[in-house]
Each structure stands twice: as structure tokens, then as C-alpha cells.
Design a protein. Structure first.
Length: 277
């Protein structure tokens, strides 16, 4: 109801203003904002106009461009790039990962197994990965890095505190072992157990820019991200991702996405799963 009221109070956005926001988010994050996303812009940014007592989106764009409030630029990027997610999304990916981990256990290892959740949003994907690793790789070293362009969602991810409705796909054994159920004012919420939370590292990374020094990975999850990029940006992002994926490593993308025509450095092995050659 509150969101509906904000949408009703927000001013209308013109085609020209929307085109400017399309350019803004493309320059900031490489994301191509479809024409159908006009309502998303008004619903997510309308409250920011009210916060700064602005009457039009053109005024808000001028504020972003002025450099007077640099934190507002990051906030606008956060609002336009945040997507809802949940634990153990696309379960076949996790089943495939489990099979590969069991194979990995039978081989001598000189280094920790490393997994990157490259568009980790609010952390559900990264903690799902960590639950599987902690369960299967007992006594073996492993690391999970989760990243996102949004500083705001990364703070939520570090807290590891979620509505219980997000937990409907967590296996019951994992729910009991790795999650604390809220009581009283925290009823209908869960908290990721501290030891597991401490094993997942979060870092703000823009996939549309040069990657920081994050090392090499055995598995990378890049799911439901490529759909927001145009062809050239997809090729650039995938090249960056593959530069930190070890040969023979696995890349997971969204089921509505493909790397056909994007990269010849990978081989498709299952729906939305690729192996680096």
C-alpha cells in the first residue's frame, strides 16, 4: 500500500527524462534499461525527488550530475539495479555443483576451493552456496566471495537477516543447521548462523569496469545479469569473468540467458552451465 501511494505521489516521467536515466544507468553499470521499465524508474526514484524537494525528474538528474551529493549517485544506481532473489534459486545448479564437489573431494588439493557469486544482490545466493560447501567440504578449505554493484544490498547481505518467506527453498536440514529462527519482534524472519556468515566475504564490484585483484575461482555464479546488457557489454563482462575463472572451472548463468555468440572460451555442459576450456 505504501509503495502504491509513493507511485501515485511521484510525478510523471517524460520520454526524454527516461532516456536520460537509460543513459545514466548504462554509463554507470552497463545496464540497458528497456522502455518497459519507466514504471520501475518512477516507483524507485519518486521518493528521492520528495526527499530533495524536487518537482521533476529533470531536476533530479541535474542533482546527480552536479556532483554536490555524490552519495545520491550511488543510491540511484542501487535503486535501479537491485533485484529480488531467494535461497537456492534454480536448484538444478546446486545439484550440479554438489556433484562436482563430490568429484573434487576425491582429488588432492593444494589450494582452497573458491566460488564467486558475481551478482550476489542481498546475499541469498552466496549463503546458499556456503551452506552446500560447509556441508560437503568438511575439513577442506573453501572461500566464497559475493559481490554486487549496490552498496546498499551488500550491507543487507552482510547482516544475513531475511524474511522467513525467502527460506521456502532451503533444505530442512540446512535450515536447522545454518539458520536461526526469529522470535518476538523478529518473528517470521531468519538469521544466518554467525560462523557461516563469517565465511562469506562481500565486496562492491562493478562488472562493467576493470575487476579488482580478487584472485582465481573454481566456480562463478553470474545468473540473471546478462539479460540487462547489450551484446557488446555481454562480451566484455564475460571476458572479465573468464579471466578469473580457472581452466576447467564452471560458470553458471540464468536459464533465460546464453553464451552462444558471446564467447568461444567455454563449452556448454548443461542448461545455463558452462565449463571453461
Amino acid at each position: 500500500m505504501q509503495q502504491m501511494q509513493q507511485m501515485q505521489q511521484a510525478p510523471q516521467i517524460s520520454d526524454q527524462e527516461f532516456a536520460h536515466f537509460q543513459r545514466f544507468i548504462f554509463d554507470a553499470a552497463g545496464i540497458t534499461l528497456a522502455a518497459s521499465k519507466k514504471m520501475l524508474v518512477t516507483s524507485r526514484l519518486g521518493s528521492r525527488l520528495q526527499r530533495h524537494d524536487l518537482g521533476t525528474y529533470s531536476e533530479y538528474l541535474r542533482l546527480l550530475a552536479s556532483g554536490q551529493v555524490p552519495e545520491e549517485v550511488q543510491l540511484a544506481v542501487d535503486l535501479l539495479t537491485t533485484n529480488e532473489t531467494y535461497f537456492f534459486r534454480e536448484p538444478r545448479h546446486f545439484e550440479f555443483m554438489e556433484r562436482q564437489l563430490r568429484n573434487w573431494l576425491g582429488q588432492p588439493q593444494s589450494q582452497p576451493l573458491r566460488v564467486w557469486s558475481a551478482a550476489g544482490s542481498s546475499g541469498e545466493e552466496a549463503y546458499s552456496i556456503a551452506m552446500v560447501l560447509e556441508d560437503l567440504l568438511r575439513g577442506r578449505a573453501w572461500e566464497v566471495l559475493a559481490s554486487d554493484i549496490s552498496a546498499r544490498v551488500l550491507e543487507r547481505a552482510r547482516a544475513g537477516h531475511y524474511p522467513m518467506e525467502r527460506a521456502r527453498h532451503i533444505p530442512s536440514a540446512y535450515l536447522q543447521r545454518f539458520c536461526l529462527k526469529g522470535h518476538g519482534k523478529q518473528a517470521q524472519t531468519l538469521l544466518i548462523e554467525r560462523n557461516l556468515r563469517n565465511k562469506v566475504h562481500f565486496q562492491q564490484i562493478n562488472l562493467n569496469a576493470r575487476l579488482p585483484a580478487i584472485g582465481q575461482f573454481d566456480l562463478v555464479f553470474l545468473r540473471n545479469v546478462l539479460i540487462y546488457f547489450n551484446g557488446d557489454t555481454k562480451r566484455e563482462v564475460i571476458a572479465r569473468i573468464l579471466s578469473v575463472l580457472r581452466p576447467g572451472g564452471w560458470l553458471f548463468i540464468g536459464h533465460s540467458e546464453t553464451l552462444n555468440g558471446i564467447s568461444e572460451a567455454v563449452q556448454s555442459v548443461a542448461p545455463a552451465i558452462y565449463r571453461k576450456l
